[in-house]
Write a protein that binds this ligand. Structure first.
Ligand SMILES: *Cc1c(COP(=O)(O)O)cnc(C)c1O
Ligand SMILES: [Zn+2]
Length: 466
């Protein structure tokens, strides 16, 4: 199949729907400014008719594109030619049944699964999308690619640039929190790192201006090609469940790229007849960065068949400005108040009968410790998904017998500071040291035991505590 011939870009706004060629470099519709989708004319290419073709690829793992957890599903994101694709083996991730976490969240044993995207080459799910956007950037001949980032997007971009030696990475970070694991990656992979005074939302506005001015390829998740790669997280979940669909997908919400791409994945899979039902979607905000929760649950902002009532959002953003309210949470990866994919996320929530919840820093850090106790590490933002399931169980919205998949978006080693502080810090200094909001108690702290360098004392300590 000639992949590129069936792909094009289209404005998501129903009363616009302007169409653009697949190799145009755009971050929004030129007519109305709305987000763009990558679309496929499935009719004029051989659309996948069953999952069997993907299962068969396991026997071709000598081929890097068959091995990649993203490009193994190339036929479901057919916008790039084989020779344009840059892969580093992203998406070799696992769906893990997690009974420790299941108990914690109040689920029936065997019914809660963690999709561990921290296993990606740069340690977060971002690689799923980056391989797609990067391959697109390369196919259109870009020399430089840029992003604003709370850390993981920049680590991923820097990695693809370094591996391919084909493009220069320019990353914008705010002057606030950035986890050291993430910053260290960008620096070591050789990205030009621009630290501006301001937070993520400020950096996001700037990078859009700079990319326009200097004709740099923008890889933030307003880039529709990134979301194409992220769809494959859902394909792998379905694959791991023996090509079955779970009841719930629960995901942290930051810029809302993941939730948006999951919704698109399900819309397409249903259209193609590869699934016969759609899971419900739960998007979990941090309480200190809860724009989606506020707009969706409290102010009833809805997709409304693509006729979104924009005034609800404008009103809320004016209030944020008036109160000089900035996003603030320990979960730096979702410390975002103006999510760029809001519209697409509303579409996903509409299609997947979605709910949105907010959880506190306390909830996330405790949930993270429970994930860790089960032997899988994640960063604070990722644990929002587990904290979200616990809350939705308490509210009776998720049933104990439902089959639930939480997306663990990033690896534990991304942010060791948060983990060590949780397990060691004096309770009184918690919020100060952690930069957390409203932590009162590390409920699952595993404190180090201080003993003098004396054999008897060491033995006594082990007998007491072990
Ligand atoms: C980027 C990121 C998120 C937020 O994902 P969105 O698609 O922007 O909503 C959550 N967790 C981690 C670890 C991330 O890197
Ligand atoms: Zn438009």
């Amino acid at each position: 199949m000639n992949f590129r011939e069936i792909a094009y870009q289209e404005c998501i706004r129903v009363d616009c729907r302007k169409v653009y060629a697949v190799d145009e470099v755009l971050t929004g519709c030129l007519e109305c400014g709305s987000l763009l989708d990558v679309k496929y004319d499935w009719e004029s290419g051989p659309a996948p008719e069953s999952w069997a073709m993907f299962q068969d690829k396991w026997s071709q793992r000598f081929d890097p594109l068959a091995r990649s957890g993203v490009w193994r599903f190339h036929e479901l994101l057919p916008f790039a030619l084989r020779e344009q694709i840059v892969t580093v083996g992203e998406g070799q991730t696992i769906l893990q049944q997690a009974d420790t976490v299941s108990r914690y969240a109040g689920m029936k044993s065997g019914n809660l699964f963690l999709q561990y995207e921290g296993m990606n080459p740069s340690g977060s799910f971002k690689d799923n999308g980056m391989t797609a956007a990067f391959s697109h950037a390369r196919s259109v001949g870009s020399q430089r690619a840029a992003c604003a980032s709370t850390g993981n997007t920049s680590a991923s971009l820097a990695m693809y640039c370094a591996v391919s030696q084909q493009m220069k990475a320019v990353i914008f970070i705010g002057s606030g929190k950035i986890a050291y694991g993430k910053l260290s990656q960008a620096l070591e992979y050789g990205a030009l790192t621009v630290q501006i005074t301001g937070d993520f939302d400020d950096a996001m506005l700037r990078v859009r201006e700079v990319c326009k001015e200097l004709d740099i390829y923008l890889v933030n998740s307003i880039n529709p090609f990134r979301l194409e790669g992220q769809k494959t997280i859902m394909y792998r979940v379905i694959e791991s469940l023996g090509w079955e669909v779970p009841d719930w997908i629960v995901v942290p919400g930051g810029n809302l790229g993941n939730s948006s791409s999951f919704g698109k994945a399900f819309i397409e899979l249903f259209e193609l007849g590869l699934i016969d039902r759609v899971p419900r979607l739960a998007v979990i905000n941090a309480r200190g960065a809860n724009t989606l929760h506020e707009l969706y649950e409290n102010r009833s902002m809805r997709w409304n068949d693509g006729r979104i009532d924009r005034s609800i959002q404008q009103q809320y953003y004016q209030e944020l400005d008036a109160d000089q309210k900035k996003a603030s949470t320990i979960a730096s990866a979702i410390e975002i108040n103006r999510p760029v994919n809001l519209d697409k996320c509303l579409r996903a929530l509409d299609y997947c009968a979605g709910v949105v919840r907010e959880v506190s820093d306390q909830d996330m850090l405790d949930a993270k410790a429970q994930v860790g106790a089960g032997g899988i590490g994640c960063e604070p933002a990722s644990a929002a998904s587990v904290a979200g399931v616990k809350l939705l169980r308490e509210q009776g919205i998720i049933a104990a017998s439902d089959r639930v998949v939480c997306i663990l978006t990033g690896h534990q080693l991304k942010d060791p500071t948060a983990t060590v502080a949780y397990h060691t810090t004096d309770q009184k200094k918690f919020n100060e040291v952690l930069g957390a909001r409203g932590m009162t108690r590390a409920n699952y702290a595993n404190r180090a035991v201080a003993v003098s360098n004396d054999l008897d004392e060491i033995i006594r300590a082990i007998k007491i505590y072990g």
